[in-house]
Design a protein around this ligand. Structure first.
Ligand SMILES: [Zn+2]
Length: 555
């Protein structure tokens, strides 16, 4: 749900603001230090150089996010100089490594470093600062530039939607759709999005900015594979099977959610009763303490992890919430120097939906912090796994036992499940939408979205509105929504498996973190998702666990 970690730049460096430097975590019984070392001394030296470059890269991204202007006493210019110099050195050293005679482990690590190095950008804002929304209308711009322009529309227009004489941002508007009880005012919030939709998809003409962008995305996908192809590979199925699974989930919702038709501006409200009931108990200032207490009860010490929280609204800040490395954990003198992560978000309000997102982002922090591996693999697992894992703790916020313990009040199970799974199935609907758009980029997106939402979600057809265009990912990373839609299948699988092995964890379970670190998280980017899940479940992934959850709605 919600919030992407960006697939940007990663890679690590020294410790952080002094927070984590003093907290050298001992390895305990988890693994011997040798497991984090290359077999060859020459490879080991290159790998630690790689770790320096990788850290400089992610520190530059941290500085460019606007969170800080210096890090460890060095400003941007100093970090850039260090990055450029060490990167050149690394390229030379990698070139100079022997091509034969290395162990299999070292050879794989070198390949991983080479691949990851290609993604280093040496900083840069998440949204390209030169991109302008109006350029999306130009017919002569290249695919990547249309994407940047469309992302700019989400800031330029999406941060200033007109409502009742004032301006609200996109996230607040989506919140208000859950909360406002007067249907006319809800419709007015919905219509506040019209300028954004028109910037993205004009009047749905065949050469609208979105249609030109998705045509470019389909060409790129044919050449290099799409997010959908890689998510399918991560689960061990093909794209056709992905489509079948998505349809199965949507069908389960269609059958379990009642069959009265609802207007699109009423859909969020109708499913948001739990959010409304609990909103008074989740003021903005309570978000971090609640999140902290839940993770403490899962055996996670967030303070010790030392993540940087950048949660307040700020002009020119990325409009999507995300988590990234600041520095990457590594062995220093026989002890593990921890990873430092940061969360970027723009929280103007409290509430259950925002709490769920904050717990999700901290799920990413926990994932990154639990990695114990050689530098080549201290990195994100697949997008699919990362998003799915972050929702393992986040979905607990919609369980009455969580609410009772951490909010002191609870919604009924039916209302809670409806709130959670309505947003899960919307992600599934977007996944199916993108899968079909990428397969047939000349399709009419409004017609396709209308067909999906009318048939499966019982929503009144409004093909005159491009109301699918409320997620930044649709413009920024076409196909990425599958990591949420298909990710929900993995989330339900992991939640079921954990409950079977450890017992319930929605109101805490002190074995949770240690157990998951050992079985799922410590590998970082070393193990592919398919193997990881197969070993974890003892069988291949299937949609059954999620189908079972959605059918709880009928009980
Ligand atoms: Zn995420």
């Amino acid at each position: 749900m919600c919030c992407a970690r960006k697939n940007l730049l990663s890679v690590g460096l020294a410790c952080s603001l002094g927070l984590a430097c003093s907290l050298l975590v001992s390895l305990g019984s988890m693994a011997a230090a040798d497991a984090f070392m290359a077999d060859s001394k020459q490879v080991s030296a290159v790998e630690y150089l790689y770790a320096d470059v990788s850290d400089a890269n992610s520190i530059l991204a941290t500085i460019d996010s606007g969170l800080l202007s210096t890090y460890q006493g060095k400003d941007r210019a100093a970090w850039l100089q260090l990055y450029s110099q060490k990167r050149a050195e690394l390229a030379k050293e990698l070139q100079g490594l022997p091509t034969s005679g290395l162990s299999g482990g070292d050879a794989r690590a070198i390949a991983a470093m080479r691949k990851q190095m290609e993604t280093f950008t040496g900083g840069g804002a998440i949204a390209s600062p030169d991109a302008k929304c109006r350029d999306a209308a130009r017919k002569d711009v290249a695919y990547t530039d249309i994407k940047s322009s469309l992302v700019a529309c989400f800031s330029e227009i999406g941060d200033h939607l007109g409502f009742e004489g004032g301006k609200i941002n996109r996230v607040s508007a989506l919140d208000l759709l859950h909360e406002i009880s007067d249907p006319r005012r809800r419709k007015a919030v919905f219509l506040a999005f019209v300028p954004l939709w028109q910037a993205i998809n004009r009047n749905d003409e065949s050469d609208s900015p979105y249609r030109r962008m998705i045509a470019g995305a389909a060409v790129a996908a044919a050449k290099d594979g799409s997010e959908i192809d890689s998510a399918a590979r991560d689960v061990g199925i093909d794209a056709m099977e992905v489509e079948r699974w998505l349809v199965q989930i949507l069908d389960a919702w269609r059958e379990s959610s009642g069959d009265s038709l609802v207007e699109p501006w009423d859909f969020y409200f109708q499913s948001g009763e739990a959010d409304r009931l609990l909103a008074p108990y989740i003021p903005p200032e309570s978000l971090r303490p609640i999140n902290h207490d839940y993770y403490r009860d899962l055996g996670v010490d967030l303070e010790q992890m030392g993540a940087l929280y950048d949660l307040a609204p700020r002009p020119h800040k990325a409009s999507v919430s995300y988590t990234e490395f600041v520095t990457h954990g590594r062995m220093v003198n026989g002890a593990w120097r921890p990873t430092v992560a940061r969360i970027s978000a723009q929280y103007e309000r409290g509430g259950l939906f925002v709490l769920n997102e904050l717990v999700h982002e901290n799920g990413h922090v926990v994932n990154l912090s639990a990695i114990r591996n050689r530098p080549a693999y201290v990195d994100w697992p697949s997008d699919l796994f990362a998003e799915a894992f972050a929702d393992v703790p986040a979905w607990s916020t919609y369980e009455p036992v969580f609410q009772h313990r951490y909010l002191g009040h609870q919604a009924t199970q039916q209302l809670s499940l409806r709130a959670l799974y309505s947003s899960v199935v919307l992600d599934v609907a977007w996944s199916l939408f993108e899968l079909r758009m990428l397969r047939s980029p000349t399709s009419d997106p409004n017609a396709l979205w209308t067909e999906i939402t009318n048939h499966y979600l019982h929503i009144v057809p409004h093909p005159e509105f491009s109301w699918w265009a409320v997620r930044v990912q649709l413009a920024d990373q076409p196909g990425y929504m599958v990591n949420y839609g298909l990710g929900a299948i993995l989330t339900a699988e992991m939640r079921e498996r954990i409950s079977q092995a450890l017992g319930p964890f929605d109101a805490g379970n002190s074995r949770w973190y240690g157990w998951l670190s050992e079985r799922l998280l410590r590998y970082g980017s070393e193990r592919d998702t398919r193997t990881l899940m197969q070993d974890f479940l003892g069988r291949p992934v299937s949609p059954q666990a999620l189908l079972k959850q959605i059918r709880r709605l009928k009980q």
